[in-house]
Write a protein that binds this ligand. Sequence first.
Ligand code: KIV
Length: 263
Amino acid sequence: MKSVTINTLKAMKSQGEKFPVITSYDASFASVVEAAGIEVLLVGDSLGDVIQGQGSTVPVTMEDMIYHTQAACRGNSKSLIVADLPFMAYAIEEQAMENAALLMQAGAHVVKLEGGVWLEDTVAMLAERGVPVCGHLGLTPQSVNKMGGYRVQGKDEDAAEQIYTDARILEDAGADMLVLECVPTPLAKRISEALEIPVIGIGAGPYTDAQVLVIYDMLGISPRQPKFTKNFLAETGSIQQALRSYADQVRSGAFPTTEHSFK
Ligand code: KIV
């Protein structure tokens, strides 16, 4: 695999080629991700759940994100590395700029943040200063306490319209990618068709431009297995083959199916 850039992914979207994204938090898994030819590696703040056992992403700090971004980058020189800005690290613009700089200097190529219209100026400010941004809408786990739990978002018409509007705003502000988590399939389809930037789904059905999974979920070793994931290790027998099979099934459209999606 050649080194992946945001232009690679935009070209893939315009050619209708789907791509896989997977989380990793250390050098060993990151090198397996590169060997499997997976275009995008996300150093997700899901590490709060799967590495630290915190029960949510809220306790994850900038120090944690820098440590794991540096580790993942040491193991992978080809995938595009996206790193999460953790809870409250971008609540005000100045903080967002300082913390985005720290993640980029740790090796990330793109920073990801959760939220809609309230981030319009922050996204524009980062984009103008040369920081590629990935938005994250739908179920935004950093807001789990405000949302009252991990629930599918955008189920009624008003909520769906708000997510659609937020997606347009983030793209217009300069975001280069968007994650849509746990939204009904028709809403994810509508947003993916409307945006020029790649839309990466998780629990968002088969019509997004890319799919992302948490690596421990797709290896079947997370404490809880959400509906939208699949145990690729069980059907392959090795971590290397599981990642290749995930990548193949995303590219061919075989994953996800309706079984992993919400109506
Ligand atoms: O932190 C994470 O792993 C994520 C994905 C679930 C999209 O944000």
